[in-house]
Design a protein around this ligand. Structure first.
Ligand code: BGC
Ligand code: NOJ
Length: 810
């Protein structure tokens, strides 16, 4: 069953009922100001950091679900309704929510009145704009009231939901015409404020939640609206909100547009703390001046659309498969931008408080983002590397606002260092900008320790070399990519498996997966050494890589597939000898995509084992059989009921690893089949089972051992976005950025047909036509570039040429 449809022309997903199985959200903002908006107008806003600078309040775990947001109430006669249906839930005569690229648009009708609400964050301003147009579609004049409503968060979202003894006495606002300023904590610790304004003279306002909604009233039935209008309350402590009241009269056919702006402003850096507690309104007024007229708002919207159209032109495919086109050209790239911006911080499943930027997460997010805005990727790499320690290990997470490592979580995830090589290599392949390796970057943000970025990569590489276990495989530390595989965990206190370093840390358990990573990214490291003329270093690195390859092939091989790990007692994990958890997906995918076991036939075997033991109709499970009970020696992985999350769920993130591995072996049909199973556009028809948004990937789909087999969880913020984009764009469609140019190496089903990819690369546009007259699955036999045949599959870069017409025959 579907709850909407794709409108590819408009680059939108159109939701046709507010009663989606879960809230279906969108993200507004691409720079510093961000909002989450659901299909019923739920959500919240923040500036740069969802924990430290939360602007509006949201209640996770709310009842009804998703019941706080930016709301417009329309009181028309005795009926009060909202264009996004919540919170009144008044049945609408028409409802539609169009989630677009950086904006959401709601259209609703009730009793002859139409509301069209467009929400977006302008590219260059720290605000969200809500353009509300009301049209009288009835035959008679209409006189009605509009109320706006936002609830402020007292900045630090964690403090806001815990420290009531203080916070309920700190709230302060200022009212200046149509603008309501939220200035809590401005008098002492803060150098910023928020504001909510409308471009009309309001007929009333409220700034106290108790006055507007009412102490014991639900948001669906605010006191002020029920009792005849706003009360002019000025919040002092308690719960500051901003609500406007506007009286509107429309003749038949007439429309009126209001522009609401929720903004954030900062004072000049040199503000004196002892200065009186009066807001410097100049920055807010400057911003608001632009949005007093619909022309101002429309121009900002047009600019946003043009910005995205230009970005998406960087990779565009035209194939016979409409779903591939839709995902590649629109939604997959869009999700890559969102994961780049948010890492794993703020979604409807990440509270914006718990996790900031992940070291491994953000490194991987770069893979799907770097072609969009390489300059931002460059800065991100430097920020991430600045949280590395001198020994090559790294803070697992850092806070976006301060860019400081998160000491509560600490380090000890032994895959982290290698992802830095991976992210940097992806950046250099895309841009050819080797100069990034010379950037001076500190360890743990201590400026006294700056070294060239290249040295950071060396420490990453050496970290694995110097942290091996008894079999010569990399030590896993607290965990590797699989956060829940805690093999050095001896704590018998429930819930302690994913704790900070300490007694649970041990040096012995080993990871075959990190072995695969080391082989894959160690080769990149060696190439970077060679490029810097460090030939001995490059050679030594390759010797290490080959040694690891042999170790994985021997100590890491179980007979039919790759082992997952050795636990701290030297017991195998992910072996046919185990009672449960006999086979894991990660080493099969990663070792094969790293090229391990290809010539020995082990790669073929491993992938057949995946198909045989792990595949399901909704994707490949992370392991099988799922653990039926908790295992002290395995940790959090066995804390989940069978079929969920890391215990046998379909982790969408590592499905593309297997798909890429299949392309390494030339299996185009199978690679594409894997791609399709978790691809949102392909499973749109089962939205009632999948539940999460049909336009983006979720982290996990419940596996076949779970009660809700096929149900998606944790949509939006997942490395799946980047990895599926890499898979489809580079390995299946086969347009792969390499150090010396674009490599054309498709691997598709025999009947995929010809297709054309437009690709921006290093300042030039490539138009690449790929045909497959012989119906093969892999590789090209003829390559013509600007009319000249070239040998091999690499398009050489010619200085000064900005347009490449490429013809490739498979
Ligand atoms: C989840 C993992 C996640 C980890 C770190 C665990 O509870 O299962 O998917 O990576 O938490 O936050
Ligand atoms: C989600 C985390 O964000 C990611 O870092 C991790 O690799 C996966 N879960 C698997 O545990």
């Amino acid at each position: 069953m579907k709850f909407g449809y794709f409108d590819d022309k408009a680059l939108e997903y159109v939701i046709t009922t507010p009663r989606t199985p879960l809230p279906w959200i969108n993200y507004l903002g691409c720079n510093d100001f961000f909002s989450i908006v659901s299909n019923t107008c739920g959500g919240y806003s923040f500036y740069k950091d969802a924990k430290m600078l939360r602007i509006t309040r949201y209640r996770y775990n709310s009842m009804p679900l998703d019941s706080n947001g930016k709301y417009y109430y329309i009181q028309d006669g005795d009926v009060t309704w909202n264009p996004g249906w919540q919170p009144t839930q008044t049945p609408l005569d028409f409802y539609e929510c169009r989630h677009g690229i950086g904006y959401s648009r709601f259209t609703a009708k009730k009793n002859g009145l139409k509301a069209d609400l467009l929400n977006f964050v302008p590219l260059h301003d720290t605000c969200e704009l809500n353009r509300l147009t009301l049209t009288n579609e009835s035959e008679a004049p209409k006189s009605f009231k509009v109320f706006s409503y936002v609830e402020f968060c007292l900045w630090n979202a964690l403090d806001d939901m815990t420290n009531f003894q203080r916070n309920l006495s700190t709230g302060e606002v200022e009212i200046d015409g149509a603008t309501i300023y939220h200035k809590t904590e401005y008098r002492e610790r803060r150098n910023h404020y928020a504001f909510f304004s409308v471009n009309a003279k309001p007929d009333g306002f409220d700034t106290s939640r108790d006055a507007f909604i009412g102490t014991y009233s639900p948001a669906s039935d605010p006191d002020a609206i029920r009792n005849g209008g706003c009360t002019g309350s000025v919040a002092s402590g308690w719960y500051p909100v901003a609500a406007h009241e506007l009286h509107v009269i429309l003749t038949p056919g007439e429309s009126k547009t209001f522009l609401f702006v929720l903004g954030y402003a900062e004072n000049p850096k040199d503000r004196k703390w002892e200065a009186p507690n009066v807001i410097n309104k100049a920055p807010a007024r400057r911003l608001l001046a632009k949005y007093q007229t619909t022309e101002g708002a429309d121009a900002a919207f047009a600019e946003l659309k043009a910005y995205w159209e230009n970005l998406l032109e960087g990779y565009h495919v035209e194939s016979r498969d409409e779903k591939v086109n839709r995902m590649v050209n629109i939604w997959n790239q869009y999700q890559c931008m969102v994961t780049f911006n948010m890492s794993r911080s703020a979604s409807y499943y990440e509270s914006g408080i718990g996790r900031g930027m992940g070291f491994r997460d953000s490194c991987q997010d770069l893979f799907g983002f770097v072609h969009l805005i390489p300059e931002k990727a460059r800065q991100r790499i430097i920020d991430i590397a600045s949280t590395q320690f001198e020994d090559g290990s790294a803070y697992h997470q850092y806070q976006p606002l301060t860019r400081r490592g998160n000491a509560d979580i600490g380090s000890g995830f032994n895959d982290d260092p290698l992802w830095l090589i991976a992210g940097t290599a992806a950046y250099i392949r895309e841009t050819g900008d080797f100069s990034i390796l010379d950037e001076s970057v500190p360890f743990d943000n201590d400026e006294a320790t700056c070294v060239p970025l290249f040295e950071h990569l060396t420490r990453s590489f050496e970290y694995t070399v110097t942290h091996k276990g008894p079999h010569g495989l990399p030590q896993i530390g607290r965990a590797d990519w699989n956060d829940c595989l805690n093999l050095n965990c001896f704590s018998d206190t429930p819930g302690e498996s994913f704790q900070t370093t300490g007694p649970s840390e041990g040096p012995i358990a080993e990871s075959v997966f990190i072995g695969g990573m080391f082989v894959r990214y160690g080769k990149d490291y060696a190439k970077l050494c060679a490029h810097r003329g460090l030939l001995d270093k490059a050679k030594a690195a390759m010797t290490e890589v080959q040694k690891m390859e042999q170790t994985v092939l021997n100590a890491g091989w179980d007979g039919e597939w790759f082992l997952r790990a050795y636990d701290a007692n030297g017991q195998k994990v992910g072996s046919h000898e185990c009672e449960e958890g006999k086979i894991f997906i990660e080493p099969q995918g990663f070792c094969v995509l790293a090229g391990i076991g290809v010539k020995e036939g082990k790669a073929e075997k491993a992938l057949s084992s995946v198909e045989k033991h792990l595949d399901t109709k909704y994707g490949i499970r992370i392991l099988a059989p799922s653990y039926s009970h908790y295992y002290l020696n395995l940790g959090e992985i066995s804390s989940y009921p069978p079929g969920y999350k890391e215990n046998g769920g379909i982790f969408c993130h590592n499905n593309p690893w297997v798909s890429i591995a299949e392309t390494v072996l030339g299996h185009g049909t199978r690679a594409f089949d894997i791609y399709k199973k978790t691809c949102p556009a392909y499973i749109e028809d089962i939205s009632e089972i999948h539940c999460t948004e049909p336009y983006v990937y979720s982290q996990m789909v419940a596996g076949s051992d779970a009660k809700y087999f096929g149900q998606g969880k944790n949509s939006w913020l997942t490395g799946t976005a980047a990895w599926t984009f890499v898979n489809i764009s580079q390995h299946i469609l086969g347009i792969c950025p390499d150090y010396d140019g674009l490599r054309i190496d498709p691997c598709v089903p025999k009947d995929f047909g010809s297709y054309t990819v437009s690709r921006r690369f290093r300042g030039a546009m490539y138009r690449i036509h790929i045909s497959n007259p012989d119906h093969v699955e892999k590789g090209i036999r003829k390559l013509t570039v600007n009319g000249k045949e070239v040998s091999g599959n690499l398009i050489p870069i010619t200085e000064g040429v900005t347009k490449y017409e490429v013809d490739a025959v498979m």
